[in-house]
Design a protein around this ligand. Structure first.
Ligand SMILES: Cc1ncc(C[n+]2csc(CCOP(=O)(O)OP(=O)(O)O)c2C)c(N)n1
Length: 276
């Protein structure tokens, strides 16, 4: 999460955003006003209301003729589940908000409970034998809102990450970015391997890197390179000893890629021409 915030800061350049952060690790770790490590105006909101609060901030800024961005930085619990109603409403109204979900696939701050973002098979404090249900496809949900821009971000693909954040910052209206964000405590993984885990998640196809323009034009930024799914799963204690549901997870990855490739083939994104 902190590396993603650093890269966001780099992509912002001289711009000073207002950050809107619901209850999550990102609300706690920077410390409280007036000593918050964010160094920019930051509003902490109730779990369900980040996108609604950001709506208010963005509208006041618009009325005042200010061009600085309003950015939601939220966990998966606050995005996929508890904040989904306000997220949906702000997206549907096409508010001038950049919403970034750092997805650690659990309710990390409160002890690693399962969320709608937890993948099938993963053990969490509330799914000790592995989660039965599949991960919710939040990108498809956002695309269905026909937002101007939605994209996934990898902490192992720096240039692609920065280019997509800058693209999002340059567009008006509602923009949604999804970043896979390892949580060593919850994933039972080595902290030093976090970036490598994201690289493996992209390489094996579990976390697809792609963009959706206006909810209907697709571009794939990186494709699976034949790395087996086990290379990713074996490094995390949360996937140990849950073999049956991992077969389901493997099948799911294949189906998701078939769907994404079909969408990118039939509805390709032509503008802008490439990720720099
Ligand atoms: C309505 C409500 N329910 C539960 C909580 C307790 N709570 C605070 S943070 C949190 C977990 C947040 O999970 P996520 O959004 O995934 O972010 P992470 O902690 O993983 O960074 C929970 C359950 C709360 N603050 N408000």
């Amino acid at each position: 999460m902190s590396l993603g915030l650093q890269w966001l800061d780099e992509a912002l350049g001289a711009a000073t955003p207002t950050l809107v952060v619901p209850a999550c690790c990102a609300a706690v770790t920077p410390g409280a006003f007036p000593a918050s490590a964010y160094g920019v105006p930051a509003v902490e909101t109730t779990f369900a209301s980040a996108a609604a609060v950001a709506t208010g901030v963005a509208r006041v800024r618009q009325m005042n003729g200010e061009a600085e961005p309003t950015i939601c930085w939220a966990g998966d619990g606050g995005t996929y589940d508890i904040g989904l109603a306000t997220l949906s409403a702000a997206a549907e109204r096409n508010e001038d908000v950049l919403y970034i979900c750092y997805d650690n696939e659990i309710y990390g701050n409160t002890g690693g409970q399962r969320s709608g973002a937890t993948p099938r098979g993963a053990r969490t404090s509330t799914t000790p034998r592995g989660k039965v249900e599949a991960k919710k496809d939040i990108m498809a949900i956002m695309a269905a809102h026909r937002v101007p821009y939605a994209a996934t971000l990898s902490l192992a693909h720096r240039d692609d990450f920065l280019a997509k954040v800058r693209r999002a910052l340059g567009l008006p209206g509602f923009r949604f970015l999804l970043m896979l964000s390892p949580c060593p405590a919850g994933w039972k993984s080595e902290p030093a391997e976090s970036v490598e885990l994201v690289r493996l998640a992209v390489a094996c196809g579990l976390f697809a890197l792609y963009e959706v323009f206006d909810g209907e034009r697709y571009r794939v930024n990186a494709r699976p390179d034949g790395t087996p799914l086990d290379a990713y799963l074996d490094r995390q204690g949360r996937f140990r000893t849950v073999a049956p549901s991992l077969d389901d997870l493997r099948a799911q990855v294949a189906r998701d890629w078939a769907r994404l490739e079909a969408l990118a083939r039939v509805f390709p994104a032509t503008e802008p021409a490439k990720t720099e």
